[in-house]
Design a protein around this ligand. Sequence first.
Ligand code: 13P
Ligand code: SF4
Length: 302
Amino acid sequence: MNSEAMKSRIEELKREKNAIILAHNYQLAEIYDVADFVGDSFELAMQAKKTTAEIIVFCGVHFMAESAKILNPEKKVLIPDASAGCFLADMISVESLRERKKEFPEAAVVAYVNSSAEVKAESDVCCTSANAVEICRKISEQQIIFVPDKNLGEWVGENLPKKKIIPWEGNCYVHAKILEQNLKTARELYPTAIILAHPECEKIIRDAADEVLGTGGMLRFAKNSDAKEFLIATESGMLEKLNRETEEKKFWSLGGECLNMKKITLPKVLSSLENDEFEVEVVKEVAEGARRSLERMVDLSS
Ligand code: 13P
Ligand code: SF4
């Protein structure tokens, strides 16, 4: 079956099964073509929470599909490739978090959504790149164990100097590979371009950027800016979103590909819809704890 035939069959199956496709901004162009909504982690969680569809096919990495299931336990949530994990989310275990909590009993735990359901359940509140500063500002605790992304945690600390952030030693390999030298070279080539960096980038990149933003924030900034050229320091799939949703603007990516994000392909989405694969399940007690942290994030973000 060619890709056009696959896309038509996917549309048919969505109607027949009352399914929607939610996709992260880093997905392949072919996934954008069949998605009902493409967005950042927070926007996707909100879409999952409000949908009336019976089935959610989640095109992204596992923690995102898991969050959709936790926020919407009555729905069937499918991920087209069950092995699409997140290396950052794997950098913390619930046991190691419990140990850290014993060291800082007064501290609140804020978990970036790029974490397992078990870690979310062990935390006080979740956040995404879009609301990390806001959430940490709004909670009353002055000490915060921020997991698992060190760079995002540090960036929160830089924005909230009165709070003591205790960052976890995790990072995202895609963002860690964006080096100062890449930025220097790109700047020489495009001296007037605005630099937008994801907060998962290293400090040296964040400091050199004009704006530090999550992927949803990058799109909003680019749309509203008078600037015409942008250097984008995040996963390269973001360019698809920026190019599709802006006019007469030029974007260059400083980042490479997230291998797990790119595991989701059109044939796998078709197979997912045809065979209800692969269903995301979360143990009830863990889901309840993780839902509390995710719901608190939603409440604090409004
Ligand atoms: P956003 O929430 O900014 O889309 O980021 C998700 C992510 O995985 C970044 O690597
Ligand atoms: Fe995880 Fe990094 Fe991929 Fe985002 S880009 S899903 S943080 S590995």
